[in-house]
Design a protein around this ligand. Structure first.
Ligand SMILES: [Zn+2]
Ligand SMILES: [Zn+2]
Length: 133
Protein backbone atom coordinates (compact mmCIF):
# COMPACT_ATOMS: atom_id res chain seq x y z
CA UNK A 1 0.00 0.00 0.00
CA UNK A 2 1.47 3.30 -1.03
CA UNK A 3 0.66 6.76 0.13
CA UNK A 4 -1.31 8.68 -2.41
CA UNK A 5 -1.23 12.07 -0.73
CA UNK A 6 1.60 14.54 -0.76
CA UNK A 7 2.53 16.10 2.55
CA UNK A 8 2.16 19.89 2.60
CA UNK A 9 4.99 21.94 4.08
CA UNK A 10 4.48 22.78 7.77
CA UNK A 11 4.22 26.48 7.06
CA UNK A 12 1.83 26.13 4.13
CA UNK A 13 -1.17 27.88 5.66
CA UNK A 14 0.89 30.41 7.50
CA UNK A 15 2.85 31.38 4.40
CA UNK A 16 -0.32 31.76 2.39
CA UNK A 17 -2.12 33.87 4.98
CA UNK A 18 0.93 36.09 5.42
CA UNK A 19 1.11 36.69 1.69
CA UNK A 20 -2.56 37.47 1.53
CA UNK A 21 -2.22 39.96 4.34
CA UNK A 22 0.78 41.79 2.94
CA UNK A 23 -0.57 41.96 -0.60
CA UNK A 24 -4.20 42.78 0.01
CA UNK A 25 -4.75 43.83 3.62
CA UNK A 26 -7.47 42.29 5.78
CA UNK A 27 -11.10 42.55 6.74
CA UNK A 28 -11.50 43.74 10.34
CA UNK A 29 -13.42 41.20 12.44
CA UNK A 30 -14.58 43.90 14.82
CA UNK A 31 -15.87 46.72 12.60
CA UNK A 32 -16.02 44.76 9.32
CA UNK A 33 -14.13 47.43 7.42
CA UNK A 34 -11.35 46.52 5.02
CA UNK A 35 -7.85 47.66 6.00
CA UNK A 36 -5.18 48.10 3.32
CA UNK A 37 -1.93 46.25 3.91
CA UNK A 38 0.00 49.49 3.48
CA UNK A 39 0.36 51.16 6.88
CA UNK A 40 2.23 54.47 6.89
CA UNK A 41 4.99 54.63 9.49
CA UNK A 42 5.23 50.91 10.25
CA UNK A 43 6.55 47.81 8.51
CA UNK A 44 3.33 45.85 8.58
CA UNK A 45 -0.20 46.58 9.71
CA UNK A 46 -1.24 44.50 12.69
CA UNK A 47 -4.42 46.27 13.77
CA UNK A 48 -7.43 47.95 12.22
CA UNK A 49 -6.83 51.69 11.68
CA UNK A 50 -10.49 52.50 12.48
CA UNK A 51 -11.29 50.59 15.70
CA UNK A 52 -7.66 49.63 16.58
CA UNK A 53 -8.63 46.00 17.33
CA UNK A 54 -6.19 43.29 16.32
CA UNK A 55 -6.07 39.50 16.04
CA UNK A 56 -3.61 37.32 17.96
CA UNK A 57 -1.54 35.83 15.13
CA UNK A 58 2.01 36.79 16.18
CA UNK A 59 4.33 35.55 18.93
CA UNK A 60 6.81 38.26 17.96
CA UNK A 61 5.82 41.19 15.74
CA UNK A 62 5.23 39.98 12.20
CA UNK A 63 6.10 36.28 12.65
CA UNK A 64 2.50 34.91 12.35
CA UNK A 65 3.61 32.10 14.69
CA UNK A 66 0.73 32.09 17.19
CA UNK A 67 -2.01 29.47 16.83
CA UNK A 68 -4.30 31.49 19.17
CA UNK A 69 -6.30 33.61 16.71
CA UNK A 70 -8.20 35.45 19.47
CA UNK A 71 -9.49 39.00 19.09
CA UNK A 72 -7.16 41.57 20.67
CA UNK A 73 -8.74 44.59 22.32
CA UNK A 74 -6.81 47.87 22.47
CA UNK A 75 -6.70 48.56 26.22
CA UNK A 76 -4.19 51.40 26.61
CA UNK A 77 -1.73 53.76 25.00
CA UNK A 78 1.87 53.47 26.13
CA UNK A 79 4.31 56.35 25.59
CA UNK A 80 7.77 54.98 24.86
CA UNK A 81 10.84 56.75 26.31
CA UNK A 82 11.41 58.62 23.02
CA UNK A 83 7.83 59.92 23.04
CA UNK A 84 6.49 57.47 20.45
CA UNK A 85 3.00 56.17 21.12
CA UNK A 86 2.37 52.43 21.19
CA UNK A 87 -0.86 50.47 21.59
CA UNK A 88 -1.30 47.86 24.29
CA UNK A 89 -3.50 44.99 23.11
CA UNK A 90 -4.99 42.22 25.29
CA UNK A 91 -6.15 38.95 23.78
CA UNK A 92 -9.70 37.95 24.70
CA UNK A 93 -8.87 34.25 24.29
CA UNK A 94 -5.47 33.66 25.97
CA UNK A 95 -5.33 37.04 27.83
CA UNK A 96 -1.83 37.66 26.50
CA UNK A 97 -0.77 41.30 26.31
CA UNK A 98 1.16 42.72 23.34
CA UNK A 99 2.54 46.14 22.51
CA UNK A 100 2.23 47.34 18.92
CA UNK A 101 3.41 50.42 17.07
CA UNK A 102 0.71 52.80 15.96
CA UNK A 103 0.36 53.57 12.24
CA UNK A 104 0.14 57.00 10.61
CA UNK A 105 -3.47 56.45 9.60
CA UNK A 106 -4.79 55.06 12.91
CA UNK A 107 -7.93 56.87 14.07
CA UNK A 108 -6.76 59.84 16.13
CA UNK A 109 -10.15 60.07 17.86
CA UNK A 110 -10.01 56.43 19.01
CA UNK A 111 -6.37 56.78 20.10
CA UNK A 112 -7.15 59.90 22.14
CA UNK A 113 -10.25 58.40 23.74
CA UNK A 114 -8.17 55.37 24.75
CA UNK A 115 -5.43 57.58 26.20
CA UNK A 116 -7.98 59.76 28.06
CA UNK A 117 -9.96 56.85 29.53
CA UNK A 118 -8.16 56.68 32.93
CA UNK A 119 -8.41 60.45 33.36
CA UNK A 120 -12.14 60.34 32.55
CA UNK A 121 -12.77 57.70 35.23
CA UNK A 122 -10.44 58.40 38.16
CA UNK A 123 -10.65 55.77 40.94
CA UNK A 124 -10.86 58.50 43.62
CA UNK A 125 -12.70 61.83 43.88
CA UNK A 126 -10.63 64.62 42.33
CA UNK A 127 -11.60 67.03 45.11
CA UNK A 128 -9.56 64.88 47.49
CA UNK A 129 -6.32 65.97 45.79
CA UNK A 130 -4.24 68.37 47.93
CA UNK A 131 -4.49 71.96 46.81
CA UNK A 132 -1.87 74.67 46.86
CA UNK A 133 -2.71 77.99 48.45
ZN1 LIG B 1 -11.86 47.61 12.87
ZN1 LIG C 1 -4.37 34.93 22.27
Amino acid sequence: MSRTYRRLPDDFGRERSRNRRTEEGFLCRRCHEFADAEAPGTGHRNHCPRCLWSVHVDERPGDRASPCGGGMEPIAVWVRPGGEWALVHRCGTCHGVRVNRIAGDDSEAVLLSLAARPMAKPPFPLERLPRRR
